[in-house]
Design a protein. Structure first.
Ligand code: XLS
Ligand code: NI
Ligand code: NI
Length: 446
């Protein structure tokens, strides 16, 4: 792959070269200890398994501001008041970062890469100008777009929702934005297109017609699907569940809710799920749970790799560093046969108190090493086979006799009653949770 180390005429991350695999013995913080892109695990390279992506919004747009105070990091790509000049500098900084980090993919919202204009037409022109530049940068570096999306939640016009807004004029604006974002995604060869329903939900049930809003959401998604296919988008449409924040209640609560919605409206042939770890935990699940639900439905599309803070209920979007979670997530992904056209997108931000530009690299290096280690460990657990064979053994009674007939739907409730009445009380069989958890730790630390 032809990759130059920095783009344009200015170096935004001076003193940082290409991040290389140096192995576990290295004491260089700007190196990979575990992520070795060429290393083959279970027939594929680490790069092919993990398909890492950097997200534009947290990495190049967010500056550390929070509801209590302004940003703490100055962006050298913020040149002044000219929004388009800033956007071009940011693009150069982004491609320098991607190339130095040696990730194959990136993701963006329309408004991350180009500023909104005063009119729909001006916004479209801004976006398409930056898309042309991004296309040149992709060709020069070999970078690829994992997914594109539209930010239809930040602008005040979307305060009551985008596709689910009670005002049709706002729905039309959301349509204009999604159309342009689909055009951009196709122009850049994006492999997926994401819908995160930021304000698709409600704040108060008393003033909301939820049934109408959900119908509108499905209509809108169908239109987007039809338009995408008509302009040659062959990738996967992805819905990213989240239960709350910014809305009190968001319609795409969790994986099972979205699966039910997609099936109800006949959208499950084109749409899959993008599971974000911190969103699953906000919904009261583990991230492995939501991944498993998506995988069981054949709808596991992609991952927003991050983690929350167990001590609070916010979407803190921290880099994924908790190996216990990463390993359990990888077990689900490997058992599902991988992510297909999806990947591991770091929807993660460095902390407000992390003010060095270098910290952007350190966060990603840590996340990439965490999932590389998780891949190695999960592959060893699967290769060992004890976990899977124990799990399968718990269901032996459904592979024979009456249990088999039950599983095939051949028994009636009355027959179940007779089987229970005519047989001795069931023997208690241990679920052996302590043993399976011990096994996981044995593999993690041996
Ligand atoms: C916010 C979401 C968002 C999506 C893309 O909570 O995670 O960043 O990934 O719109
Ligand atoms: Ni998040
Ligand atoms: Ni996300």
């Amino acid at each position: 792959m032809n990759r130059t180390v920095f783009i344009g005429d200015h170096e935004f991350f001076p003193g940082i070269g290409r991040i290389e695999y140096e192995g576990p013995e290295s004491d260089n913080p700007l190196s990979f200890k575990a992520y070795d892109p060429e290393r083959v695990i279970a027939g594929k390279t680490m790069e092919q398994h993990l398909r890492f992506a950097v997200c534009y919004w947290h990495t190049f747009c967010a500056d550390g501001n929070d509801p209590f105070g302004p940003g703490t990091r100055a962006h050298p790509w913020h040149l002044g008041e000219d929004g388009m000049a800033n956007a071009r500098a940011k693009l150069d900084a982004a491609f320098e970062f991607f190339t130095k980090l040696n990730v194959p993919y990136y993701c963006f919202h329309d408004r991350d890469i180009a500023p909104e204009g005063d009119t729909v037409a001006e916004s479209e022109a801004n976006l398409s100008s930056l898309v042309s530049l991004a296309k040149e940068r992709q060709q020069a570096t070999g970078m690829k777009l994992l997914w594109g999306t539209a930010n239809v939640f930040s602008h005040p016009r979307y305060m009551n929702g985008a596709a689910t807004n009670p005002d049709f004029a706002v729905v039309a604006h959301a349509g204009a934005q999604v159309k342009a974002a689909l055009d951009a995604t196709v122009a850049l060869g994006g492999q997926n297109y994401v819908f995160w329903g930021g304000r698709e939900g409600y704040a108060c049930l008393l003033n909301t017609d939820t049934r109408m809003e959900l119908d509108h959401l499905a209509t809108f998604l169908s239109m987007a699907r039809d338009y995408g296919r008509s302009i040659g988008f062959e990738g996967t449409f992805l819905i990213e569940p989240k239960p709350m924040e910014p809305m009190y209640h968001q319609y795409d609560v969790d994986a099972q809710t979205v699966i039910g919605f997609l099936r109800h409206y006949g959208l499950d042939g084109d749409f899959k799920l993008n599971i974000e770890a911190n969103h699953a935990t906000l919904a009261g699940h583990s991230s492995a749970h939501d991944l498993q639900m998506a995988a069981d439905a054949g709808l596991l599309g992609s991952i927003d790799a991050n983690r929350g803070n167990a001590q609070n209920g916010w979407d803190t979007d921290q880099f994924p560093m908790d190996m216990y979670d990463c390993v359990q997530n990888m077990l689900v992904v490997l058992a599902a046969g991988g992510l297909g056209s999806g990947g591991f997108n770091f929807d993660a931000k460095i902390r407000r108190e992390s003010t060095d530009l270098e910290d952007l690299f350190l966060g990603h290096i840590g996340g990439m090493d965490a999932y590389a280690r998780a891949l190695i460990i999960a592959d060893r657990i699967i290769g060992d086979g004890r976990l899977e064979s124990f799990r399968a053994s718990r269901y032996t009674s459904f592979r024979q006799g009456q249990g088999r007939r039950f599983a095939a739907g051949e028994l009636s409730l009355a027959e179940l009653r007779d089987i229970a009445a005519n047989n001795p009380d069931p023997v208690r069989t241990s679920g052996k949770q302590e043993w399976v958890e011990n096994l996981l730790n044995d593999f993690m630390f041996s």
